[in-house]
Design a protein around this ligand. Structure first.
Ligand code: GTP
Ligand code: MG
Length: 280
């Protein structure tokens, strides 16, 4: 079944633009969603960024099932040979770690510049990733913290989206992009679950149904407890509508409202910590 419709038109433009900006930076910081650590990684990122040093940040670790996520991330570490850090917007402890890592990774480029006799400049990093994974939140966190710590002013203008996070590092925020090439439906579905793909690309009802199926396999207790299913009772949107008294026209269960409620419960973290990727 094809649940997600890909609109490559404007996406292609975004990817091209990203590639242009890549020439300006020393380091790429890729942000992904810890609830879907594999599905939210930009596919073929190497093709896009070449040999630039790369740091991966798994954000939203406050709502991920970290035991599961860590297993997946260990594998990802081996495959990508990249450093992978975890963070979330409720956690400011890792800021220093992130900043130091970016400084570390940019060292070779800066050294090379100095060797060429060029004037020193701050390291330039660029933050990339799928939509809604929390790129701007991370940048805001980095500025706020370093501002209070060092009193540094924002360096470059906001309009260009460059921000100075400390005297040694400039960071470029970019809008989230999704790949030109359509990703597998399994991944696309998960991206839709975490709101990384716009709602006009799918029917909410069918996405919620697929979500429910995956939950039945991975976290049946969560659904059972949240919506009051009996032991052995099969999950369905219709039953959720009935249990929650979501009744529509002609006294029928309102499936669409049930779908919307279910996805909102997940997206807002009311279903608890969940990780929806599995080892491939
Ligand atoms: N639970 C949780 N929510 C987060 C976290 N970080 C960001 N968010 C929320 O995720 C949503 C998207 O955050 P943004 O920082 O705008 O994400 P972005 O990647 O910049 O999104 P685009 O610019 O649209 O690509 C916002 O509603 C944030 O409040 C986090 O660590 N945990
Ligand atoms: Mg943003």
């Amino acid at each position: 079944m094809q649940f997600i419709h890909w609109y490559p038109g404007h996406i292609a433009k975004a990817e091209r633009k990203l590639k242009e900006q890549l020439n300006l930076v020393d380091v790429v910081v890729e942000v992904a969603d810890a609830r879907i650590p594999l599905s939210s990684m930009y596919p073929d990122v190497k093709k896009l960024i070449g040999e630039k040093p790369r740091l991966i940040i798994m954000n939203k670790s406050d709502v991920a099932d970290m035991e599961k996520t860590k297993v997946l991330v260990e594998k990802l570490k081996r495959e990508t040979e990249c450093d992978i850090l975890f963070t979330s917007n409720s956690d400011n402890k890792d800021i220093t770690k992130i900043v130091n890592k970016i400084a570390d990774l940019s060292k070779p480029a800066i050294t090379k510049m100095l060797q060429k006799g060029l004037l020193p400049r701050p390291a330039r990093a660029m933050i990339v990733g799928m939509p809604n994974v929390g790129k701007s939140s991370i940048i805001n966190k980095l500025i706020k913290k370093t501002k209070t710590k060092t009193g540094a002013k924002a360096g470059v203008t906001r309009q260009q989206q460059w921000v100075r996070i400390n005297p040694r590092i400039d960071l470029l925020d970019t809008p989230g992009i999704i790949p030109v090439k359509q990703v597998e439906q399994e991944k696309a579905l998960r991206l839709a679950f975490v709101d990384s793909i716009g709602e006009n690309a799918y029917e909410l009802e069918s996405i919620a149904e697929e979500f429910l199926k995956i939950m039945a396999e991975m976290y049946p207790e969560v659904i059972k407890n949240r919506y009051g299913f009996e032991d052995g009772e099969e999950f369905s949107l219709e039953k959720i509508a009935i249990k929650r008294n979501l009744i529509g026209q002609s006294s029928k269960p309102d499936i669409l409202r049930a779908a919307s409620m279910l996805m909102m419960d997940f997206r807002d973290g009311r279903l608890g910590r969940l990780t929806l990727d599995e080892e491939e």
